[in-house]
Design a protein around this ligand. Sequence first.
Ligand code: APR
Length: 252
Amino acid sequence: MATIFDDYDTAARWIAGAKRAVAFTGAGISVESGIPTFRGPDGLWSRYDPQVLDLGYFYAHPEDSWRVIREIFYDYMDRELKPNAAHLLLARLEKAGIVKGVVTQNIDGLHQKAGSRNVVEFHGTAQRLICTQCRRKYDFRPGMLDTLPPLCESCGGLVKPDFVFFGEGIGPENYRKSETLCKEADLLIIVGTTGEVMPASMIPFEAREAKVIEINPEPSRYTEEKSDIFLQERATVAAKELSRRLEGILVS
Ligand code: APR
C-alpha cells in the first residue's frame, strides 16, 4: 500500500534536505510569546493610531509619540518575554547547519533570545535607541524612558527607537544582506506575516530558486503567489509538529 505523505512530512523532508534554508518572519511568529500583531481585529493598529510611528508626526509631537511608543513597545519589556517553539526551531535549524539566516520584520529580539545568530532585523530593533541628531546609539535600559522625550547625553538631541518609522528608509546593509540570503536560498520558510508591508514584503520574491514553506493560520499575500506548502496553523503548533517529524535529524 502506498505511503501517504502529508504536508508536514513533505515539509520535514525539504527541511532535512536543505543546504541553504532562510526564514522570513513577521509579527505572527511572536504572537504566542505575548506580542500582539499590528493588523487584524486584535492588532495594535485597532487600538492605537499608527501616526505615532510616522517620522513627521514624531518630530512634531515627540512627547505624545513617545508616550504611546513606550506603552506599545517598552512597557511589555518588563515582562521578560520568551521566545516560543517557532523561534527555537529556527535556532536549532541554524545550529544544525540547515538555516543560514533569519530575515525578520520584528523588532522584539526574540530570534536572538532563542539562539539564532544570523538575524537580519529588516525594520531595526526596539532593543536600541538612537539620537536623531548625532546618531549616537544606546542599548535600551529600564529607566531610560522615565522622562519623555528621552534626549541624547552627548548632544541633547531627540532620541528615537532604533527601528524604522513610517516614512523612514530601510538600512542599505539590511536590504543587501536580506536579498543575498534569499537569492542563495534553496528553501524559504515564511512564518506569520501578511506580506503587506513594503519594501520588506518584496524580499521573499528574491528567493527565485527556493522551495517555499509558509506557516500562518490565515492565508497571506504569499500563499497563492509564492508558497509551495501552506501549513495553515499557529506558529508554535506547526513548529512542534515539524520538530516531531525532524526528530533524529536535529541536534538538541
Ligand atoms: N502564528 C503564525 N502567524 C500568526 C499567528 C500565529 N499564532 N497569529 C497571527 N498570525 C499572522 C496573521 O495571520 C498575519 O498574517 O501574523 C500576521 C500578522 O500580520 P501583521 O500584524 O500585519 O504583521 P506583519 O505582516 O509582520 O507586518 C508587520 O508591519 O507595522 C509594520 O513594521 C511593522 O514589521 C511590522 C510590519
